[in-house]
Design a protein around this ligand. Structure first.
Ligand code: ADP
Ligand code: MG
Length: 559
């Protein structure tokens, strides 16, 4: 049979992928196992809606067999299998993800757990294999087909034979070269540890033959080897495990496996709640801002499971907007499997969970701030803006939750400081928390108004983000100290010169001021003598609530 070519763009992608996407070759196994698990999930899901199909748990499993002599590694599953067309469509076009198509088709009915989200998984096999053979028999068909490919030059499909429904993936493992070792992927011990590392929480048994030895019957000092099939994975999902048994690495693997992000999480939060509402959750605070985070496309939410079965991919109701960067999952026995989106919104249990989660995130962030300052600052660079929006939105309803998490640069060493730090080092005679807003720290420091405050030895918070001042207006007071812009007319700093002297100056220069006023016309409201200037000849100040910077932002907004 003639070789089919991979679709044009696939070829180059395939080469690229084999050589660069994955830095660790061993993850090919994770990809193939998660495909096998997906395939079983698909049968499970079908059985939920199709009465003629019965899902007997014992019939569904994954096996891994290594054959050192023939250098083959076979990963088999009793999942849904693939028809000829599916082999062609799913394995012939690299960027097309079958799981994704299945997901779209069934989006309305959600009720299955499909791990793979990207269409590159299967091709990871070529990192360790010269030839990949797939023999598959689809559910509801009597025929099997064999798909085979030696990499980027194409693939062939021909009829084959297979007794049971399901799929065998046979990898012809590459020969060792001077630089690269491949033998390890035929080594049972090594394979077991890879399965443990990445696929331990797969819900179906992953079985492997294990060599064991026992005493020979009748002979005292003689031993014989025998082979026994064992389930390698513990099948208990990570969120049901005891925190003490888990290492940071386990959480990181989970984060990666779930494709929550491509970075390493900065912090994980593992919750096992059994109070008013019973649930398990694993949450992550990412280190980097997702590329679409500050756009409309970004969708917040946590995966929601009901007793181990995924019911929603992104449940937005579980997270407040200001914590929308949090990734992870929640599993609760208290939620019904068939709950609809609309019902979820009003679900009392879900509301309790959401509140609980919000408080946990807050307290974790506070402890990050206290104990891992550097990491907190990393986090704040990525998501601080979102916290400030959070303070500002909903008319400041969330300020109590958020104000202790805020940071600003300040005139003291230009480092990030918290409001608490600012207030705790205020000199006794300082009445206000001073801030100055501007496009950049450089420009702020050139403001004539900062001079007087700085001269008094008072620290000034630098507001360089549009949202800063709006957020602060919502907070109004922190620990009984009001915020005060250095540009406001009443700074609460005693002037050095007496009132009379000032009035006298005002009179002396009345003519000059009136002349200036007439030239500036409606650009300024009044021209006055200032008590706040030192080395600068003139400054702008505002009256009332809006600062110059806020006026700029408001003027820039579309009406
Ligand atoms: P993804 O899993 O992200 O969809 P993959 O490249 O890992 O992408 O797999 C491509 C597609 O091939 C899958 O979506 C699935 O439709 C099909 N497939 C792969 N392995 C199997 C399998 N063992 N059983 C059934 N279908 C499979
Ligand atoms: Mg996959």
């Amino acid at each position: 049979m003639a070789k089919q070519q991979f679709k044009a763009e696939s070829k180059r992608l395939l080469e690229m992928m084999i050589n660069s996407i994955y830095t660790q070759r061993e993850i090919f196994l994770r990809e193939l196992i998660s495909n096998a698990s997906d395939a079983i999930d698909k049968i499970y899901y079908k059985a939920l809606t199709d009465d003629s199909l019965v899902f007997n748990k014992e019939d569904y499993y994954i096996t891994i067999k290594a054959d050192k002599e023939n250098r083959t590694l076979t990963i088999s599953d009793t999942g849904i299998g693939m028809t000829k067309e599916e082999l062609e469509n799913n394995l012939g076009v690299i960027a097309k993800s079958g799981s994704l198509a299945f997901k779209k088709e069934n989006e309305a009915k959600e009720g299955h757990n499909i791990i793979g989200q990207f269409g590159v998984g299967f091709y990871a096999a070529f990192m360790v294999a010269d030839v990949v053979t797939v023999i598959s028999r689809a559910l509801g068909t009597g025929e099997a087909f064999k798909w085979e490919s030696a990499g980027a030059d194409g693939y062939s499909i021909e009829p084959s034979e297979k007794l049971e429904v399901g799929t065998d993936i046979i990898l012809k493992i590459k020969e060792n070269t001077e630089d690269d070792q491949y033998d390890e992927y035929l080594d049972e011990y090594r394979l077991r540890s890879i399965v443990k590392k990445y696929s331990d929480f797969i819900r179906y048994p992953i079985k492997m033959d294990v060599k064991k030895s026992r005493q020979k019957e009748g002979a005292e000092n003689e031993y014989e080897e025998y082979v026994e099939e064992e389930t390698v994975n513990s099948m208990v999902p990570i969120w049901r495990k005891n925190k003490n048994e888990l290492k940071t690495e386990d959480y990181e693997n989970f984060y990666f496996e779930k494709r929550y992000g491509f970075d390493k999480p900065l912090k994980h939060i593992h919750i096992s709640a059994d109070g008013a509402v019973v649930y398990n959750a694993i949450l992550f605070i990412p280190e980097n801002t997702p590329f679409d985070y500050y756009t409309k496309e970004y969708e917040k939410g946590l995966e929601l499971y009901s007793n181990g079965v995924l019911i929603m991919n992104k449940c937005g109701d579980l997270l407040p907007d200001y914590f929308s960067f949090v990734k992870g999952m929640v599993d609760s026995e208290d939620l019904s499997l068939n709950i609809s989106r609309e019902m979820l919104q009003h679900d009392r249990q879900l509301k309790l969970i959401a509140k609980n989660i919000k408080n946990k995130i807050k307290s974790q962030l506070l402890s990050l701030l206290k104990d891992e300052r550097e990491n907190y600052e990393k986090f704040y660079q990525s998501f601080g803006r979102q916290l400030k929006y959070g303070v500002y939105s909903d008319y400041g309803a969330n300020k109590d939750d958020l104000q202790d998490l805020l940071m600003f640069r300040s005139s003291a060493e230009k480092k990030l400081v918290t409001l608490d730090e600012y207030v705790s080092r205020m000199p006794e005679d300082q009445k206000f928390i001073y801030y100055a807003a501007g496009d950049s720290i450089d420009r702020i420091e050139k403001l004539p108004q900062t001079e007087l405050v700085a001269d008094k030895g008072y620290e000034i918070l630098y507001f360089t983000d549009d949202v800063d001042e709006f957020a602060i207006k919502m907070i109004m007071k922190y620990k009984d100290k009001e915020f005060k812009s250095v540009q406001s007319s009443d700074l609460g700093i005693e002037p050095d010169s007496s009132e009379e002297k000032n009035e006298a100056e005002e009179k002396d220069n009345q003519e000059l001021f009136e002349h200036m006023q007439s030239i500036l016309a409606d650009k300024v409201k009044a021209v006055k003598a200032s008590k706040r200037l030192k080395s600068h000849p003139v400054c702008l100040s505002t009256e009332g609530d809006l600062s110059i910077e806020m006026e700029k932002v408001l003027n820039a907004m579309p009406n």
